[in-house]
Design a binder for this molecule. Structure first.
Ligand SMILES: [Zn+2]
Length: 698
């Protein structure tokens, strides 16, 4: 194996041999890039041997010797990939980044080879066909058979002869196109043509902290270009953290319009043009769907979701459209009326005015700023409060431990116990921002929960990663409400992973339909608006006082403000996503993207389309991320979480009976159909009513 020569292979690689450390955890601080690479390459070899062994058996295919054996294969590979990708995102280490890109082609080839292995597929199919004859199987066993069967079919296993090769070729083509699309989006962010160089006098309305960020960005860019710094120059770009505040605070309408158009025309021409690539992506997806005997790609993609069909998705989006259309016009009228007071009666609100004027209106109504709640959310108290939610609802206990090796000194590790006192698993919490760490927040795992035949549990090792600012000196860390919300969100995902009681790894924890998984995280966010919850831990770090009721009220109302606009915007993305993935004829090279987009979004249009501005060419979620025909999932989960929380509002937000039912859902992972699980919890299917109520729409 060729590895950078200055890195030595450790004599024993725990990724391969396993580890004697407490809970079988990996010595993450000591693993080297070569350990990861070796673990992955060896892991592929081992899993291939395991699959060969499954295929070479003389005995007839059974649930145990085929489906379970497959579920339990690939342990070395899994823990190596998880460790590498988790550390790569949490550290941004360039050597790890290179290691990851180096092994990625081998990984995708391995996965395709497995899914298209004819001997393995023939065994899986035989077990599937006889699944109802075997009376020794329970529901979870049958669920595993069905899930395995479906995911193989979905990945082309059932195709014959030439069609298999065609599928292989299309998948490879699609993944190349996805990468190109996403690289173009990333490169356009740094494109000098998409920048505004401004002077201090251009920055009226911009808060001081943001001004200094623009100045710092200017200094950095000039240095990168090898020029001498000019303290008079400020740099504003289309990168979210730069773009968002400018659109919200800049008094200069002309500059907001300019920046909006720079953003809207991203990737529509020149070196980083995505317009042809996105058509190719939509067309290759259509070809894959047709190969699978489906009418369009959405039909194919939605088979493995809670929504199931394009019709269900469109009916759902349509329900929201009809509920939010009138409120959004009312919202926009109020905003425009405020603007007209200073801008004159002929002022017509444009897309580059929305953020600016809606913020002004919001402040005039509720005068709530993100800073206002900060003194009440000191980090250590907030950790107690967030973890405490699981104590109140499910009886969980959290105990900090230093027995386990960690990849960075800032990482905190907790043993998590359930009510009975049994250990549930470990929770890694990596709270603070570090240079290089991926932005945002996420939950991930180093190992998923599962059980052996005797019922012995492999404990889950779950991790949440955030980017809170690190304390300076002895100052306390104070979180803004958005950060507490993020913490609650990721903690919800963590509980899903930790609570899992599935036997099989493929069915455990967060391995559920993608439009079901956010229920468990978003559900937790509801508590952030409840006084009886916040009073349990949120105290002013200086005075020790609880959050005053009127402050909380202003927070809740300001959070609700603009709900119709943001919903319509999300619906716009959802309609557009569905339009690209319900085409039944390939898009022509000459197809006009602006026109396509305008037609797709017509039902939910808020502003008239702006010439030359589109979303499609930089819409990474659907063209390079995992959200193709899945963007609706955000709103779908919101309907679920609002509806689920309504059950707690009816019975008491800490009601033990309701919590026990919710816990059952958390424990079940994918061992049952998502809708069935939900109905068992709620006693009925979800409706959109609770979401409308939370948004103040009805
Ligand atoms: Zn989430």
């Amino acid at each position: 194996m060729t590895i950078a020569s200055d890195i030595e292979c450790s004599a024993v690689n725990p990724l391969i041999t396993g580890s004697d450390a407490p809970f079988g955890t990996m010595p993450l601080s000591r693993l080297t890039p070569s350990d990861y690479e070796e673990g992955i390459m060896e892991g592929i070899k081992l899993q291939n041997q395991e699959i060969e062994a499954i295929c070479n058996q003389r005995s007839v295919p059974t649930f145990e010797n085929t489906i379970v054996a497959l579920d339990r294969s690939g342990k070395v590979l899994n823990r190596s990939i998880l460790a590498l990708s988790n550390l790569e995102s949490a550290t941004g280490d360039t050597v790890l980044m290179n290691t990851l890109s180096k092994v990625t082609p081998a990984l995708s080839e391995h996965s395709t080879n497995m899914m298209l292995n004819e001997r393995l597929w023939s065994r899986i199919r035989q077990v599937y066909e006889r699944r109802n004859d075997d009376t020794s199987l329970n529901d979870e066993d049958r669920r595993l058979i069905e899930k395995t069967y479906k995911s193989f079919v979905h990945s082309g296993a059932d195709l014959q002869g030439e069609q298999r090769e065609k599928y292989r070729r299309l998948s490879a083509e699609l993944s190349d196109l996805n990468v190109k699309f996403s690289q173009n989006v990333t490169n356009a962010m740094k494109d000098p043509a998409r920048r505004l160089w401004l002077k201090e006098s251009d920055l009226t309305g911009i808060p001081e902290t943001i001004k200094s960020a623009y100045r710092a960005a200017g200094a950095e860019a000039l240095e990168e270009e090898g020029k001498t710094d000019d303290p008079a120059l400020y740099l504003v770009t289309i990168f979210r953290p730069s773009y968002g505040p400018f659109m919200m605070y800049s008094d200069r309408r002309d500059l907001r319009e300019k920046l909006y158009k720079l953003n809207g025309s991203t990737n529509t021409s020149g070196e980083f043009d995505n317009t042809q690539i996105l058509k190719d992506i939509a067309n290759v997806r259509l070809e894959i769907a047709q190969l699978m005997g489906r009418k369009n790609y959405a039909e194919y993609a939605l088979e493995l979701t809670m929504a199931q069909t394009p019709d269900n998705v469109m009916a759902f989006l349509e329900d929201l459209r009809s509920a939010y259309t009138e409120p959004v016009h009312k919202e926009l009228e109020e905003i425009q009326n405020l603007a007209r007071k200073t801008e004159g009666n002929d002022f017509v609100l444009q897309p580059w005015d929305y953020s600016y004027w809606s913020d002004k209106l919001k402040n005039s109504l509720y005068s709530f700023s993100n800073e206002d709640l900060k003194p009440y959310f000191e980090l250590n108290r907030t950790i107690d409060g967030v973890f405490g939610l699981a104590t109140k609802l499910y009886g969980y206990k959290f105990k900090a431990t230093d027995k386990v090796d960690k990849y960075h000194p800032d990482v905190r590790i907790y043993e998590v116990y359930k009510k009975s006192g049994d250990l549930l698993g470990l929770l890694y919490a990596d709270f603070f921002y570090r240079a290089g760490k991926s932005p945002g927040a996420w939950m991930t795992e180093f190992r998923a929960e599962s059980k052996d035949d005797a019922g012995n549990k492999t404990l889950p090792l779950i991790s949440i990663v955030c980017n809170f600012s690190k304390p300076v000196g002895n100052d306390p860390v104070l979180l803004i409400a958005d950060e507490v919300e993020t913490f609650l969100h990721e903690f919800g995902h963590a509980l899903h992973g930790l609570s899992s009681e599935a036997k099989y790894e493929s069915l455990s924890g967060t391995n559920v339909d993608h439009d079901f998984v956010e229920l468990f995280s978003q559900f937790n966010e509801n508590y952030l608006t409840r006084k009886e919850y916040l009073d349990g831990f949120a105290r002013h770090y200086k005075t020790g006082k609880k959050i005053p009721a009127d402050l909380l009220d202003r927070f809740v109302k300001s959070a609700q403000f603009g709900a119709a606009y943001s919903t319509m915007r999300q619906l716009g993305f959802g309609y557009l996503d569905m339009a690209y993935h319900t085409i039944t004829e390939p898009l022509r090279a000459s197809a006009d993207i602006e026109q396509f987009e305008a037609n797709a979004q017509k039902p939910v249009r808020i502003f008239e389309p702006v010439e030359g501005s589109v979303i499609s060419s930089s819409f990474g979620h659907i063209f390079s991320g995992g959200y193709a025909a899945g963007y609706y999932g955000y709103k779908w989960s919101e309907e679920l979480d609002a509806d689920a929380f309504a059950a707690f509002k009816e019975n008491g937000i800490f009601d033990q009976k309701t919590a026990a039912k919710f816990l059952k859902m958390l424990q079940s992972g994918d061992t049952k159909d998502a809708m069935e699980l939900y109905v068992e919890f709620r006693g009925k299917k979800p409706t959109v009513d609770a979401l409308l109520e939370r948004d103040g729409i009805k």
